[in-house]
Design a protein around this ligand. Structure first.
Ligand code: PXP
Length: 236
């Protein structure tokens, strides 16, 4: 499995003082040097962490791939079409949420999603849809033209180590199988950490995991090189 490192929290820390450190550009470079196969950033509508100039600079400095998380917002779509990241991951976005709370409801807005991603696909950008591990969402995603899905692992992560874990894990396993049978490449992410990530090995053919919070949290104590390389070791 490949490791995409989400560096949004580095920007959160930087913005807390309004200055330039810690640098998200340096964080991305260090993550790449220690095994990240892509760098993920979420350009939120309220720009609470990653800012436009971060994305523009990363486009020039990254050695691997930029995965741009975005909501269905036209101004962000415009930026994506301008910078042409390797991939975009379409996520739902609520202004008040602390982090992305649930998967995108593709089944409930199939036409809207299909129309929104068309220009991105036409521009040669890989489109991934961040969805809950639910068969209706998977089937709808396959109809949109998107090539990837990213399964929301938040509930699995929250229930890890409880009696509910197995049921949540099975949802991921079944959704991945269905998605792959429909020709989709399957990524996963949200809430994965050094304890719960190992079960991702039980899901055949998972392509890439996108992990942010646990890596940046660990890096506070061990440094980013160790935090990224340790996670890389666990998922390889
Ligand atoms: N994937 C998506 C689509 C996300 O929105 C996030 C959180 O920004 C992540 C992965 C990473 O989640 P975490 O920070 O919990 O590892």
């Amino acid at each position: 499995m490949l490791l995409g490192v989400n560096i949004d929290h580095v920007a959160t820390l930087r913005n807390a003082r309004g200055g330039i450190e810690p640098s998200v550009i340096d964080a991305a470079r260090i993550a790449e040097e220690n095994g990240a196969t892509s760098i993920t950033t979420h350009l939120r509508e309220d720009r609470r962490h990653i800012k436009d100039e971060d994305v523009y600079t990363l486009t020039k400095t990254l050695k691997t791939k930029l995965n741009l998380e975005m909501a269905m917002a036209e101004d962000i779509q415009k930026i994506a079409l301008e910078i042409k990241p390797h991939s975009i991951c379409l996520v739902p976005e609520k202004r008040q949420e602390i982090t992305t709370e649930g998967g995108l409801d593709v089944a409930g807005q199939l036409d809207k999603v299909t129309k929104f991603i068309k220009p991105l696909l036409d521009a040669g950008i890989i489109v991934s849809l961040f969805i809950d591990p639910d068969s209706e969402q998977v089937k709808a995603s396959a109809k949109t033209g998107a090539q990837y899905i990213e399964m929301h692992t938040g509930t699995y992560s929250e229930t890890f180590g409880t009696e509910k874990e197995e049921a949540e894990f099975l949802k991921l396993k079944n959704a991945a199988k269905l998605a792959q049978s429909l020709g989709l490449t399957v990524n996963a992410g949200h809430g994965l950490n050094y304890e719960n990530v190992h079960r991702m090995h039980e899901i055949e053919g998972l392509y890439e995991l996108n992990i942010g919070h646990s890596i940046i949290s660990r890096a506070v104590f061990t440094g980013l090189p160790e935090a990224v390389s340790k996670m890389k070791e666990l998922i390889k």
